[in-house]
Design a protein around this ligand. Structure first.
Ligand code: SF4
Ligand code: MG
Length: 325
């Protein structure tokens, strides 16, 4: 299928400054040389522990943050080269859904006003058309016209996330970047919101990047999944493939800590030892080596490159390098 988004060598290094002179002493490599493609109509899940750079990646794609290096191409356009005005236009097509809808909804604005705002920002439609669109979107996300004059605090967490979703859809985007969209919700509400996202994807032909620390949630919704560790993408493949046959030792460890839905299916346990090292001082070579049960001598010296070891299955680990050629 068609590539909608192409990310190449994306990096975001934040300078670390110290002391009274505010001297730069190093970098946090929040996103470090990440490349992937997103196909039109799919959901690409991005998973990893907190601090692995998945949220920063999402913000870089929206250019809410400027990358240190790398290219982002959306629908044939180089996002990184757009002017402010052009970027504003591009944001109609790429929208975000956040973890905490309460924090991202202005508490002093009615739902009607909150939903209308993106249209005003983008100069879309007359007042009447905008009102029409607000009503349409409320309906689509399972709310109705009686909610239009209410305020965010008058809604439950699940309803607020529906409002967040409606707002993201106001400008008819093609790509939605959802950053932990159900993590703040009760488990019973999570599946309702996930089902809504899936229905919307089908009906509106949306493409999703779904960011989460929760492998169970990502599995439920993704066609393909990318796993991040300390700023790097370490594995990327079709969802069923990742869960059936994870190749990277870090992915194997992550999956071993997720409850397996089928109790007759036993997974070999790999326990990750040690704390997560910090991205400001990542281990040399493969950043996972201090925690990896399979590490070899070269692992602490040479950074493994992402390689396609089976069709469509990419992994960055020295264990699989011999399988090339
Ligand atoms: Fe483990 Fe080495 Fe693979 Fe890193 S490259 S995950 S240390 S085997
Ligand atoms: Mg995050």
């Amino acid at each position: 299928s068609k590539v909608l988004l192409k990310v190449e060598g994306l990096k975001k290094y934040f300078p670390i400054r110290k002391g009274v002179l505010n001297k730069q002493v190093g970098y946090v490599k929040a996103v470090d040389d990440v490349s992937f493609e997103v196909f039109e109509g799919e959901t690409l899940g991005i998973v990893g522990e907190s601090g692995c750079g998945k949220s920063t990646t999402g913000r870089l794609l929206m250019r809410l943050l400027e990358p240190t290096e790398g290219k982002v191409e959306f629908a044939g356009q180089q996002i990184s080269e757009l002017s402010k005005d052009e970027m504003r236009k591009a944001r109609r097509d790429i929208q975000m859904i956040f973890q905490d809808p309460y924090a991202s909804l202005n508490p002093r604005h009615s739902i009607g006003k909150i939903l209308e705002e993106p249209l005003i920002v983008h100069g879309m439609g007359s007042a009447k058309e905008r009102k029409q669109k607000v009503l349409e979107l409320l309906e689509i996300v399972g709310l109705n016209e009686y909610h239009i004059n209410r305020y965010p605090h008058q809604f439950s967490g699940g309803q607020r996330q529906r409002i967040g979703i409606a707002r993201a859809l106001m400008t008819n985007p093609r790509l939605i970047i959802a950053d932990e969209p159900v993590s703040a919700l009760d488990v019973s509400i999570q599946s309702q919101v996930l089902n809504l996202l899936q229905e919307l994807q089908k009906d509106l032909k949306l493409t999703y990047i779904f960011i989460s620390h929760d492998l169970g949630v990502v599995r439920h919704i993704s066609n393909r999944v990318g796993v991040m560790y300390l700023g790097k993408l370490v594995e990327l493949t079709a969802s069923e493939d990742l869960y059936a046959e994870p190749l990277h030792p870090y992915t194997q460890a992550l999956l071993a800590s997720v409850p397996v839905p089928d109790p007759t299916f036993e997974r070999e346990q790999i326990i990750i030892s040690g704390d997560i090292p910090s991205a400001s001082n990542p281990p040399s070579g493969c950043a996972f080596h201090p925690r990896c049960p399979f590490k070899k001598e070269q692992c602490s010296q040479v950074v493994p490159k992402m390689q396609e070891v089976k069709p469509g299955h990419y992994v960055a680990c020295h264990l699989y390098e011999a399988t090339q050629h």
